[in-house]
Write a protein that binds this ligand. Structure first.
Ligand code: SF4
Length: 450
């Protein structure tokens, strides 16, 4: 069981010095207990306390890292059943399968799609995460395929899949230990060998059990041999079984602190159906509940993109609005005569408005005011986008040094603020912009400084 804030407080020096960036030891202890602060942020606690608190406050689902420094994939680290209770920590990974029984063109296509199907949304790069390399019974071909993938997708975190522990061992040597691939899979038949291989290479190991019960037993046995970094495959190969197993694993580890199941899962939608759309639906269910990695048979833009967006939604922090930094954003190479617009820092607003301005091809300055991630009207109603705050931001922002005119375009929904803003910014002419961002291009093309 985790420690309470009061139990943690008893182990702190109680200096209330604030060096941990939290005002008091009590507040710091509460945050450590809630998993929002690391005990190591207090410079005065002993290693013994760090270890004790660290172990007690470790997430009930262990965080597993796959891949080399600088290009790592992380999964697990989860602490809740429902995202609104806190947040989901590490997004479900999408892996594409390449296998020694595929022909070269198939393999080349999958690697190419892994590298090129990338999308930028709200300032984030959305893409698939791992390549799963499968030995279909030909060790030499397996080693050759690992070399090929390493040569063509150098940074890709890897899952090495083989029934032959010797092939896995050679595979790690070929890929390089520093690439820390996930080794799939430890089974009831090779447990000791896989434990030794994990100890020797430092690589995480996936456990395969024919049932969730068998996976739990194997996990317990591997932990008793000192293997700490595990992922679990419960053997489920239908959507219903997979979903049930995911829910059981999450509940057992979060609600009952059941350690054998306290690891992220690896799932195989690619083995549950031959229909790409059914595979996408299964994957979509497993993103919501609660897969660590889903291995896909292939990557297709029309399937991958919606899955990436779904994952983005599920794994954003529901308690923290997505924001962009307060600043002046130049769009389309503006100069001193270019229009100046202002809006809030809710990232969706920013990306919609900046996208429309960019699309207009009119060089413009976009002022982004920090409204703590609230949208225009909500921020105005909450007093975070009021005329005095906008006025003081415009004066301090430095925009007056960038433009020779004094014309400010405000969102159409703030038309009622025009008079107040003119009082706050007497040197500026306030123009009410369109209500809808989609009307901005036409508005900007007609705009002339007064
Ligand atoms: S740094 Fe340590 S001693 Fe200082 S307030 Fe934080 S928890 Fe207390």
């Amino acid at each position: 069981m985790g420690l309470t804030g009061i139990e943690i407080l008893k182990m702190l020096p109680k200096k209330n010095c604030g060096e941990c960036k939290v005002p008091t030891c009590l507040a710091f202890a509460m945050k450590v207990a809630a998993g929002q602060e690391d005990i190591g942020n207090c410079p005065y606690v002993s290693d013994e306390v760090k270890e004790k608190v660290g172990e007690a406050s470790a997430p009930p689902i262990r965080t597993i890292t796959i891949g080399q420094e600088g290009a790592q994939f992380k999964c697990g680290g989860e602490t809740c059943l429902f995202r609104h209770e806190k947040r989901f920590e590490n997004p479900t990974g999408f892996a594409v399968l390449v296998s020694t029984d595929m022909d070269d063109a198939d393999i080349d296509g999958r690697i190419e799609r892994f590298k090129t199907l990338r999308y930028e949304r709200v300032g984030l790069l959305l893409k698939a995460d791992l390549i799963a390399i499968k030995d279909a019974g030909d060790k030499d071909a397996f080693i050759g395929l690992i070399k090929k993938v390493r040569a063509e997708a150098q940074d890709a975190p890897l899952i090495l899949m083989s029934k032959d522990v010797g092939a896995l061992k050679e595979g790690v040597e070929v890929a390089g230990k520093e690439t820390k691939p996930l080794l799939y899979a430890a089974t009831k038949d090779n447990l000791d060998e896989m434990a030794s291989l994990s100890e020797e290479t430092g690589c995480p190991v996936a456990v395969y059990g024919e049932t969730i019960g068998e996976a739990a037993k194997l996990s317990e046995a591997l932990q008793s041999k000192g293997v700490k970094d595990l992922m679990l495959d419960t053997g489920a190969r239908t959507m219903r079984e997979a979903l049930e197993d995911q829910v059981v694993m999450r509940r057992a580890s979060i609600n009952h602190k059941y350690k054998p199941l306290g690891f992220p899962s690896i799932t195989f939608p690619c083995e549950m159906t031959d229909d790409p759309l059914a595979e996408a639906m299964i994957t979509s269910v497993l993103v919501c509940k609660y897969a660590g990695i889903t291995v896909l048979s292939d990557l297709r833009g029309d399937v991958l993109f919606p899955l990436l967006l779904e994952r983005l939604n599920i794994f954003t922090d529901p308690q923290r609005p997505m924001v962009v930094q307060e600043d002046i954003y130049p769009i389309n190479g503006p100069d001193e005569k270019s229009p100046v617009l202002i809006t809030c820092n809710f990232s969706l607003t920013y990306f919609i408005v900046s996208g429309e301005v960019e699309g207009s091809k009119v060089p413009s300055w976009l002022l982004i005011k920090d409204t703590e991630g609230l949208s225009v009207l909500t921020a105005w109603a909450a007093g975070k986008f009021s005329s005095d705050l906008i006025g003081s931001f415009v004066k301090k922002s430095g925009i007056e040094d960038k433009v020779s005119h004094r014309n400010l375009i405000i969102p159409g929904y703030l038309a009622g603020m025009k008079g107040e803003l003119e009082d706050e910014l007497p040197d500026w002419t306030i123009t009410v912009g369109p209500r809808e961002a989609s009307h901005l291009p036409a508005f900007l093309r007609d705009w002339k400084a007064e």
